[in-house]
Write a protein that binds this ligand. Structure first.
Ligand SMILES: *[C@@H]1O[C@H](CO)[C@@H](O)[C@H](O)[C@H]1NC(C)=O
Ligand SMILES: *[C@@H]1O[C@H](CO)[C@@H](O)[C@H](O)[C@H]1NC(C)=O
Ligand SMILES: *[C@@H]1O[C@H](CO)[C@@H](O)[C@H](O)[C@H]1NC(C)=O
Ligand SMILES: *[C@@H]1O[C@H](CO)[C@@H](O)[C@H](O)[C@H]1NC(C)=O
Ligand SMILES: *[C@@H]1O[C@H](CO)[C@@H](O)[C@H](O)[C@H]1NC(C)=O
Ligand SMILES: *[C@@H]1O[C@H](CO)[C@@H](O)[C@H](O)[C@H]1NC(C)=O
Ligand SMILES: *[C@@H]1O[C@H](CO)[C@@H](O)[C@H](O)[C@H]1NC(C)=O
Ligand SMILES: *[C@@H]1O[C@H](CO)[C@@H](O)[C@H](O)[C@H]1NC(C)=O
Ligand SMILES: *[C@@H]1O[C@H](CO)[C@@H](O)[C@H](O)[C@H]1NC(C)=O
Ligand SMILES: *[C@@H]1O[C@H](CO)[C@@H](O)[C@H](O)[C@H]1NC(C)=O
Ligand SMILES: CC(=O)N[C@H]1CO[C@H](CO)[C@@H](O)[C@@H]1O
Length: 822
């Protein structure tokens, strides 16, 4: 049922504007649907934000509200100004929600609803409108709420019904501000009502949603459009006219803020124009005064339409670096693609100038939430489409290292977040280096930070660095039930930590070579082979008593070298799926099975292919992974598995898998992503996959698969050059997805992978497609680089690689024509 919203003039203009826009040719902007992923665990924030903006204005619901809003039937409890998008754990941020009411029954202030449980109000179905930089919804109270943002300030336009729908109420809008956050963690807080102006300022101390410590944030709210009648504070369900309130955590019962609601309110006479009141909320992590300065500077005049238009322009510019010729594909793909690109630019968030902890001229970004999720596809995508922002993010990571002593693995609201596996900022930094993200980056410091991850165990490795480093160095793996005397952390995930640490060391080795630290190069190359020490060559795998036929899996291994046992499908969707989360179970793999992690050797796929029985067996095993239900594509470790066929000389099968998952699991419906978006991870996976250039993060390697569109062009932000990938014989139904031949700038191109130089230097990669697999990209010399000598190397037990014996991992230098430069 679609209840149309009739009250007020503005909505009429708004529907006319919309239908005019529809009649025109759709632009990338029009294909973005911020509501994708707002139900069934996607946890996407669909509200108004600028690219990487700090202010993220959106409605908050009383249900599944990790991203604030959900496209279900839950009720709205407020509108708040900062959010994280797609997170898995607790709801994040959502501080200082405001809430509008048209009037208080019998004009008694205490007849308005103050606590979040009293004020929660259903939405009217069909009233949500969301586009980049804008969100609108109508509550059952007939109040329509629209919102837009600048970098640090949220701007709301509330349109009230002519006659309030609550009984015996005349129009006299009341807007409250609650000293609360989404997960209800406020300890102390202050609020001040500036009675002359109606300004409300305040602060609160809260808990981060997936980390340690506390944070304090500040707001400054001003109103426009109606004359103020009165203002005051509320505590619990009662309101009064006092102009200051200070709340603290109860010392006896330590009651959380949901049991001690408190805040401020301001009430107006009937609005002057269109029944509208505007609320401008500036945010800061430094002080109330800075929150007010942010608001006054960014939105001096409460010009809602002007702020909205500026936001639209910023987003259009961001999307403009990519051009596609869609070749007649369905709009499902177009919406999924552009929405995926959009969601990849929501976080990390630019908090430069808002850091209360240290003074620095470096940029500061936060909400690296989490790098375990983002290193694989989000940062590589930002590197492609917005290298300037990626540069600032890397500098911010290094400034965090400089001041806190370690790179973060996860970070939100200035707090250290929980580490899930390896020290994967190492991969982000290596990836940036190999893709020429350099401006202003102190590579000496970067190298120091990476060596610190590899060598110095922090006292608490749950929040930074790595644990078990002594065993890592002496035994060559992270033992199951390790005895760790250097630091404390969650002693689980021995297998997944081993393979991730190994890959982190691989990335460090590549950088060591670049920087001329040859001893380090040999050392870390050696440690990058440590994954093999948890590979149990005779381990079998059964599903429901039936032998899968595959032998050899990563398995738990104790300090004394004895093997433990974890069913290879344990923690896959086939067996106890959720037992390997950080806070549950406590098993040897993280959010996935041994089956899955046995495929994680991104630096030496050649040796892995060889170890698992050679290319044919490897392909059969990979097929089984995708087809048996063992793989869950809704978690980030699944992504690379789509493209590993490239290493077995079967790039065609990677293309088939890509089309297997998109659009069946990634599409344009509100539940159109299979898992938490984790700050845009799902979005960046689908965007990169549809562009046909999924990266092996940390290396200068993109796997070539045919784009899902006739052509894709990316204009590089550093060089201004444009790189185009064009499909000849393009089939919009997605069946003829096999590359028969390819040319790079007119010359035959046989490698099944690309390097970043293509995007920096520009050019055209032309792929001729057909309906059957061809010989293109299948020869040994066509495969992406690996450490092992094309899979015929030998690895000796616990010693890892011997870099004299093993082929050094060379990064071939290609010129613009794809020819090898020696
Ligand atoms: C919403 O509520 C209606 C009526 O209670 C119910 O039938 C429907 O299944 C709910 N929808 C969702 C998405 O929860
Ligand atoms: C307060 O909440 C009650 C239900 O919880 C609702 O009936 C009433 O209309 C609300 N009052 C206002 C002023 O919105
Ligand atoms: C509102 O929409 C949801 C789906 O979006 C539907 O499940 C529900 O039944 C609708 N509720 C009403 C009251 O129409
Ligand atoms: C908003 O922040 C971005 C960087 O995150 C910056 O480039 C832009 O200039 C800022 N906009 C304004 C209006 O300050
Ligand atoms: C409505 O307001 C009138 C006048 O203030 C009062 O007498 C009456 O009791 C109110 N009705 C309700 C339902 O509150
Ligand atoms: C609230 O104000 C008190 C007194 O000035 C101060 O000690 C406290 O830190 C403030 N709390 C916050 C969250 O700003
Ligand atoms: C090795 O350690 C494991 C775990 O403590 C233990 O179960 C096993 O018996 C030990 N094996 C040997 C040979 O000591
Ligand atoms: C869209 O994706 C969701 C989430 O993966 C999936 O459940 C749904 O079946 C897909 N829809 C279509 C039409 O393929
Ligand atoms: C390994 O493979 C390469 C390429 O096929 C070959 O040239 C080399 O001789 C092989 N080395 C060994 C030790 O078999
Ligand atoms: C590596 O292999 C070479 C050649 O076999 C040998 O001389 C060297 O000692 C080995 N290095 C290590 C660290 O095992
Ligand atoms: C030191 C060591 O263990 N060397 C062995 C490495 O592997 C080869 C091939 O299996 C053996 O011949 C070496 O003895």
């Amino acid at each position: 049922m679609n209840i149309s919203w009739k009250k007020g003039l503005s909505v009429v203009c708004w529907s006319i504007a919309l239908s005019t826009a529809n009649a025109q040719r759709k632009t990338p902007f029009d294909y973005v649907d911020p509501l994708i992923g707002t139900i069934n665990g996607g946890h996407v924030f669909p509200g108004a934000t600028l690219p990487f903006g700090m202010a993220k204005a959106g409605p908050d619901v009383n249900g599944e509200n990790q991203g604030g809003f959900a496209s279900d039937n839950s009720s709205i409890i407020g509108f708040s100004h900062m959010h994280d998008s797609g997170t898995g754990g607790s709801p994040s941020l959502g501080n200082f929600p405001i809430f509008p009411q048209a009037g208080c029954p019998n004009d008694d202030i205490n007849n308005c609803n103050f606590t979040y449980w009293d004020r929660q109000t259903p939405r009217i179905n069909g009233t949500v409108k969301a586009s980049p930089g804008y969100f609108a919804i109508t509550l059952a109270s007939q109040v329509r709420a629209e919102m837009t943002v600048t970098n640090r300030t949220a701007l709301y336009r509330f349109t009230f019904p002519d006659i309030s729908v609550t009984p015996n109420t005349t129009l006299s809008p009341l807007i409250l501000v609650d000293l609360a956050d989404l997960p209800k963690t406020r300890s102390d807080g202050n609020i001040t009502i500036h009675s002359r102006t109606g300004r409300i300022t305040g602060s609160g101390t809260f808990l981060p949603s997936f980390g340690l410590g506390t944070y304090t944030s500040y707001f400054c709210a001003d109103f426009d459009g109606a004359e103020m009648r009165d203002a005051g504070v509320f505590a619990n369900s009662r309101a009064g006219k006092a102009k200051k309130l200070m709340v603290t955590t109860g010392t006896v019962d330590k009651k959380p803020s949901n049991l001690r609601p408190a805040g401020g309110w301001v009430q107006f006479r009937a609005p002057k124009r269109n029944n509208q009141v505007l609320a401008r909320v500036g945010m800061s992590w430094v002080s109330e005064a800075q929150a007010c300065r942010n608001a006054e500077k960014e939105i001096p005049d409460f010009d809602f339409n002007g702020v909205h238009e500026a936001a639209v322009e910023v987003w259009k510019e961001k999307l403009d670096v990519i051009k596609i010729e869609d070749g007649g594909v369905s709009e499902v793909l177009l919406r999924a693609f552009w929405s995926g690109i959009y969601r990849s630019m929501i976080s990390p968030q630019d908090y430069t100038g808002e850091n209360p902890f240290w003074k620095s001229n470096e940029p500061y970004y936060d909400s690296f939430y989490c790098i375990w999720d983002s290193f694989r596809s989000i940062h590589p995508l930002i590197t492609l489409i917005d290298p300037h922002s990626q540069t600032l993010m890397v500098r911010a990571l290094l400034d965090i290292y400089r001041h806190e002593g370690k790179l973060p693995d996860c970070r939100m609201s200035f707090c250290k977040g929980f580490t899930q596996g390896g020290s994967n900022a190492d991969v982000v930094i290596a990836d940036a280096y190999f893709k020429k993200i350099t401006a202003g980056i102190d590579w000496k410091l970067a190298y120091e930070a990476l060596i610190s991850d590899a060598e110095i165990e922090p006292p608490n490795w749950d929040i930074e660095g790595r644990g078990g480093l002594e065993s890592w160095k002496t035994l060559g793996y992270i033992p199951t039930e390790n005895l760790d005397l250097l630091g404390v952390g969650t002693e689980t995930r021995s297998i997944s930590r081993t393979v991730e640490y190994a890959y982190n060391d691989f990335c460090i080795a590549l950088l060591a070579k670049e920087f001329g630290h040859l001893d380090d190069y040999h050392k870390y190359l050696g440690r990058s082979g440590n994954w093999i020490n948890m590979y149990k060559a005779d381990q079998t795998s059964f599903i429901n008593g039936k032998d899968t036929g595959f032998v050899g899996f990563l398995q738990p291994r104790y300090m004394n070298g004895t093997w433990g046992y974890q069913d290879p499908i344990y923690c896959s969707p086939l067996l106890e799926f959720d037992q390997c989360y950080l806070n549950s179970g406590g098993h040897e793999t993280y959010e996935g099975s041994c089956w899955l992690y046995t495929f994680f050797v991104p630096g030496d796929m050649a040796t892995l292919v060889k170890t698992l029985g050679g290319p044919d067996t490897f392909v059969k095993r990979l097929d089984f992974l995708h087809e048996s239900g063992v793989l869950y594509i809704g978690d980030e470790q699944g992504f690379l598995k789509v493209f590993l066929y490239h290493y077995a000389g079967r790039p065609a099968l990677s293309a088939t898998r890509a089309h297997f998952y998109i659009p069946s699991q990634f599409n344009d419906s509100i539940n159109g992503i299979p898992g938490n978006d984790d700050s845009g991870a799902m979005g960046s996976f689908e965007a990169l996959t549809m562009m046909g250039i999924f990266p092996n993060a940390g290396q200068d390697v993109y796997f070539i698969t045919p784009p899902f569109f006739e052509s894709v062009s990316i204009r590089n932000g550093q060089t201004g050059k444009t790189a185009t990938i064009r499909n000849k014989n393009f089939d919009p139904t997605g069946k003829a997805v096999y590359i028969q031949s390819a040319t790079l700038n007119g010359k035959p191109y046989m490698r099944n992978w690309l390097q970043h130089a293509f995007f920096l230097e520009g050019g055209t990669l032309e792929l001729t497609l057909g309906a059957t697999e061809s010989k293109w990209g299948t020869r040994l010399e066509d495969l992406p680089p690996s450490l092992g000598p094309f899979g015929n190397g030998t690895i000796n037990g616990t010693t890892g690689y011997n870099s004299t014996v093993h082929r050094r991992w060379e990064i071939p230098r290609l010129d613009v024509h794809g020819s090898l430069v020696s």
